[in-house]
Design a protein around this ligand. Structure first.
Ligand code: MN
Length: 252
């Protein structure tokens, strides 16, 4: 089985080696094609107005001057000698749940794999929010098992799977839950204003670290309760239930 490993934290991202370990436990045909710098928050963006370059860093290991989506396209269309059977993206430093899904470059790389007809899984490690700081311990302990289970069934067209490992010690893990995408009940994007050396304002976008009260069955609730969240996502964003009312509006 040929596995393509990518991420959005970049070729030096801390979770990439964790995912490489997971991939190598499954296959000896593992290819790493990752952004040359961090691209968190890139979403499903393509680089269209600048050239893309890539560099071989080692055996089956490449960095690309582009987004996570660029990396998957370059890997499949240019770098790999044959199509991969599986695309693994991550392990992201930080959660990719609820409202994060459309911002996430980690998930978008898996979306691109799905768009290319490949089985694709995004993996993220919740970190630094509650008690355990930056740790990939749960991903490292359980990632291989989760991926192997996901390999046993077809996802179907347009479906990818989003896995989030909770922020706890592996021995505290409370299980694995298949979840739906949640929605945060508080504003989570912040604009942090600062002043530069020439007295001009500048800004950092950042995230609120508040814990809301999400309903059971969501990705949010699962990781809060120290369970691994496994969410099937679909590329087609059509809200079917809204179609009838819209048809009514445009009928006359
Ligand atoms: Mn990231």
């Amino acid at each position: 089985m040929r596995i393509l490993v990518t991420n959005d934290d970049g070729i030096h991202g801390p979770g990439l080696t964790v995912l490489e370990e997971i991939a190598h436990a499954i296959s000896d045909d593992v290819w790493v094609v990752a952004p040359d710098e961090e691209r968190s928050g890139a979403g499903h963006s393509l680089t269209l107005s600048n050239p893309i370059r890539y560099q071989k860093l080692g055996e089956r290991r490449f960095e690309v001057t582009g987004t996570p989506t660029d990396c998957v396209v370059m890997a499949v269309r240019k770098i790999l000698p044959e199509m991969p059977d599986l695309v693994l993206s991550g392990v992201n430093r930080g959660q990719n749940i609820a409202d994060d899904v459309t911002y996430s470059g980690t998930i978008a790389a898996a979306m691109e794999g799905t768009a290319l007809g490949l089985k694709s899984i995004a993996l993220s490690q919740v970190s630094g929010i509650y008690e355990n700081g930056e740790s990939f311990a749960v991903a490292r302990a359980y990632g291989e098992g989760v991926v192997k289970k996901l390999l046993t069934l077809p996802f179907g067209p347009g479906v990818l799977v989003n896995v989030n490992f909770p922020d706890c010690r592996p021995d505290e893990l409370a299980g694995i839950e298949v979840t739906r995408q949640g929605k945060r009940d508080q504003n989570f994007l912040l604009v942090d204003e600062r002043i530069d050396a020439r007295d001009r304002n500048y800004y950092w976008l950042g995230f609120a670290r508040e814990r809301g009260n999400p309903p059971a069955g969501t990705d949010l609730a699962a990781v809060f309760q120290k369970r691994i969240s496994v969410t099937p996502l679909h590329m087609n964003l059509t809200q079917i239930d809204a179609m009838e009312a819209l048809r009514g509006v445009f009928a006359s």
